[in-house]
Unconditional design. Structure first.
Length: 203
């Protein structure tokens, strides 16, 4: 009887811990690369987003809004009539397979059931369902290209990439736009890691 009594209590404790973890602020770590020819924020600090043909759908509006909010935090103001900068956005979403370094041949080792056998070709129960394989990573990436509106010369180019086992679309794109614009208009040279919080949605 004693054992049966503590099992429900353990289940409730685990559930409470899970809910508490979900309410905490997550941190998004983005790999950022930026290139700039700007010495200072342009004057006037105005821009217009130029959408590509593939970005004309209403579904892209949310992404554009997140980018506009990040651009505003970077000190830029949208002005479609008189822009100093022309901005092009890029977004990407895909999954990246993740392999266990301690089991390079899969859970069944080399041979007919391992890599190069039925497992490698996707046959059999394990090959079909991928039992025992690590959870794939969700990959999200953004890019921003800024051109001088009068000369069409590219003056700023930046990108941010994030990979993790969890994903929060579309909010994660806003964090990545912030990461990509970190240090604008004179960002550090070379690749760098930028960690920014992903705030939980308001109740």
């Amino acid at each position: 009887m004693t054992q049966r009594r503590w099992i429900p209590a353990l289940v409730l404790a685990l559930a409470a811990a899970t809910l508490a973890g979900c309410s905490t602020t997550r941190v998004v770590e983005g790999e950022v690369q930026s290139f700039s020819t700007l010495a200072a924020v342009p004057t006037p600090a105005t821009y217009r987003i130029e959408r590509l043909p593939s970005q004309q759908a209403p579904s892209f509006d949310t992404i554009a809004t997140l980018a506009e909010q990040s651009l505003a935090r970077a000190g830029l103001q949208r002005d479609d009539a008189a822009p100093r900068l022309l901005v092009q956005l890029g977004v990407q979403a895909d999954a990246v397979p993740r392999y266990d370094p301690f089991r390079p041949y899969g859970p069944y080792g080399p041979g007919p059931w391992g890599k190069g056998g039925w497992y490698g070709r996707g046959w059999g129960v394990h090959g079909l369902w991928r039992f025992g394989e690590p959870t794939p990573l969700h990959r999200r990436a953004v890019s921003i290209v800024m051109r001088d509106a009068s000369t069409q010369a590219v003056v700023y180019e930046t990108s941010a990439v994030h990979e993790d086992v969890w994903v929060s679309d579309p909010a994660v794109y806003g964090v990545l736009f912030d990461a990509a614009l970190h240090g604008f208009p004179k960002p550090p040279q070379g690749a760098r890691q930028v960690r920014l919080p992903l705030m939980p949605p308001s109740p």
